[in-house]
Design a protein around this ligand. Sequence first.
Ligand SMILES: Cc1cc2nc3c(=O)[nH]c(=O)nc-3n(C[C@H](O)[C@H](O)[C@H](O)COP(=O)(O)O)c2cc1C
Length: 212
Amino acid sequence: MKCSCLRNAAGAAAVILASFSFCSPVLAAVQSDSGAAGTEGSQNRVLVAYFSRTGENYAVGSISSGNTYLVAKEIAEQTGGRLFEIRTAYSYPADYGECVKKAREEKDANTRPELAENIDVSPYDVIYLGAPVWHGDLPMAVYTFLESGDFSGKTVRPFNTHEGSGSSGFDVKIGKAVPGASVTGVLSIQGKEAQNETHKLPFKVRNWIKSE
Ligand SMILES: Cc1cc2nc3c(=O)[nH]c(=O)nc-3n(C[C@H](O)[C@H](O)[C@H](O)COP(=O)(O)O)c2cc1C
């Protein structure tokens, strides 16, 4: 019952978001960040893997740094972990409406999009895993990432950004995808806050990191 309510709420949010249109010009932007913080030799063996999209998005206009990326960067800075961007082999449309449509098709088909590159997770004990909420769920590419690695015995700490759907059960969904891992509570931050109020991120991230 609880799950179905959550699904309905997430679906409703997706419909609302999908019907929102923008007037601002689209700026196709590239994020170059894999390995930007921390190293494979980090003593704490922390990986910060994230999916994030640039271009036109809900409530923030056209952005050159994705909302989730900004949170991931802060986590990497605080933990000394290695940043890894989960990217698909193809680019999602910079246009918000077109991206919503593409993501919907992928979710409906339960697709596992090919990744542009992957990372061996075996050297890491703790994996911070972040993504935006897409249609009440993880972007399908994150499932590709989860299903292609051995997460047994790892601790996975999920975080997301969203525009109303909150945690969207990311911890449960990730736990189902990697049953051998220990999955902790989700850090959820509204996308427009991550984008426009970045000064709040250090405090929120620090408290969450300390919480478990
Ligand atoms: C394809 C798509 C689907 C989305 N679906 C939802 C949703 O179901 N619920 C929600 O709260 N936000 C939804 N959003 C908004 C994003 O979760 C939010 O803008 C997020 O911060 C984007 O993060 P990013 O910049 O790292 O990609 C959606 C955005 C896109 C592009």
